[in-house]
Write a protein that binds this ligand. Structure first.
Ligand code: B12
Length: 149
């Protein structure tokens, strides 16, 4: 597999209601294989904890994974909370996995997730598209205040 240039630190997280873990293990290995450093917060991460860890870790990218069918609702809550913090408003953030239960209104829900602040939505967990997104992300893309040069 061709390695993209590392973007730096990737913060990987499950959503607040989602207890699945193998998706996170897989993604951690996948992203590391592409040359990036990964901080894996694990499953069932509340929005406040995500915000706290973003402040501490200063990630270059936040990756949200959800497969339990509540990804749209949980993801909307997480991105709204993160974007409300001025110093985190510019951190690139993506979501993917199996985001809904019924497969209805997927395009509409993905558009709402983007409108709320996600930079990309990978429903059905499109790993090739995700790999392309990582390769295209400029190093130090985040605009966090206080980030070392
Ligand atoms: C194992 C499993 C469990 C185990 C989890 C154990 C563990 N430690 O993780 C247990 C038994 C605990 C469990 C519980 C539940 N589960 Co479950 N589970 C599964 C199962 C069989 C496999 C999941 C797995 O580990 N896959 C292996 C990993 C590596 O693959 P993955 O999860 O698909 O992730 C891949 C992609 O989605 C993608 N991806 C994921 N996230 C992201 C993010 C980005 C950015 C990108 C690009 C890609 C990406 O990359 C991954 C690798 O390819 C699936 C069915 C299936 N065959 O997929 C159901 C499944 C995920 N579970 C399901 C459900 C509904 C539940 C429960 C709600 C059941 C219940 N009523 O209690 C609970 C969830 C409770 C909760 N609070 O979250 C549903 C979800 C339905 C949906 N989304 O439409 C599924 C699909 C089963 C089904 N067909 O109904 N589950």
């Amino acid at each position: 597999m061709a390695h993209s240039q590392g973007v730096g630190k990737v913060l990987l997280t499950g959503t607040v209601s989602d207890s699945h873990t193998w998706n996170l293990v897989f993604l951690e290995l996948f992203v590391e294989e592409l040359g990036h450093q990964v901080v894996n917060l694990g499953p069932c991460v509340p929005d406040d904890l995500l915000v706290r860890r973003c402040r501490i870790e200063a990630p270059d990218l936040v990756v949200v994974s959800s497969v339990n069918g509540h990804g749209y609702v949980d993801g909307l809550s997480a991105v709204t909370r993160l974007r409300a913090e001025p110093e985190l408003a510019g951190v690139p953030m993506v979501i993917g996995g199996k985001l809904g239960l019924d497969g209805r209104d997927e395009a509409d829900r993905a558009a709402r997730l983007r409108a709320a602040g996600f930079d990309a939505v990978f429903d059905d967990g499109d790993l090739l598209a995700f790999q392309r997104f990582l390769a295209d992300l400029p190093a130090g893309a985040s605009t966090m205040v206080g980030r070392p040069a």
